[in-house]
Design a protein around this ligand. Structure first.
Ligand SMILES: [Zn+2]
Length: 201
């Protein structure tokens, strides 16, 4: 069988094809572009990958993934330290922060409670959340779980654990599509859900 490309180029194509949102066809197009634009595209991509790979860190305060610990958000003095938004995954944090409507900081749980998948409270960053809130200075905690059954179970559990603190506990407004994952929502919908957040009942 004749091959169109060397095994090295094949390996690159396959690696790209495994990325979310790509696929064999997009990967081939991307590789072809990189090969044709070595100076303008391949070089900068290679350097960016190297730098990020070298500096990759998980923020020990909030669980965000960044190139520094504390992350950019936790280190930013303009952030309102009185507001904390709790999310399931880093992708949710990024989605919410893209909306630029939340002035506070975040806390990434690293998943959601799931009896089916055997995810228990101790598997998530819940103790560190309780510690952060317990340390004081936080006036509002926004529970920004996904509108899935497991997301809502998690929000319920957190509401119980946080009940004892003198804080305002809110959650994203309805209007989130049921089963909706934050990361897939357009920014307008997400911004609306955040703006119209309501107290946890
Ligand atoms: Zn952080």
């Amino acid at each position: 069988m004749t091959r169109m490309a060397s095994s090295e180029i094949d390996a690159l194509t396959q690696a790209l094809a495994r990325l979310p949102g790509l696929g064999p066809r997009s990967a081939r197009r991307a590789v072809l572009h990189l090969l044709k634009k070595r100076e303008a595209a391949l070089g900068p991509l290679l350097r960016a990958l190297e730098v990020v790979s070298e500096k990759l860190a998980t923020c020990s305060t909030c669980g965000n993934v960044d190139t520094s610990d504390p992350c950019q958000i936790c280190a930013d003095p303009r952030r309102d330290t009185r507001m904390l938004c709790v999310v399931e995954e880093v992708a949710d944090l990024w989605a919410l922060d893209r909306s630029r409507l939340f002035p506070g900081r975040y806390h990434v749980l690293g998943g959601r409670l799931s009896a089916l998948e055997g995810v228990r409270p101790e598997d998530l960053a819940i103790d560190t959340l309780i510690q952060r809130v317990g340390a004081g200075g936080i006036e509002e905690v926004v529970l920004a779980m996904n509108a899935t059954l497991e997301g809502q179970t998690t929000a319920h559990y957190l509401a119980e654990r946080l009940e004892k603190f003198p804080i305002r506990l809110t959650q994203l407004a309805h209007g989130l599509p049921v089963g909706g994952e934050l990361d897939y929502l357009d920014e307008g919908t997400l911004a609306q859900a955040l703006r119209a957040r309501r107290p946890v009942s």
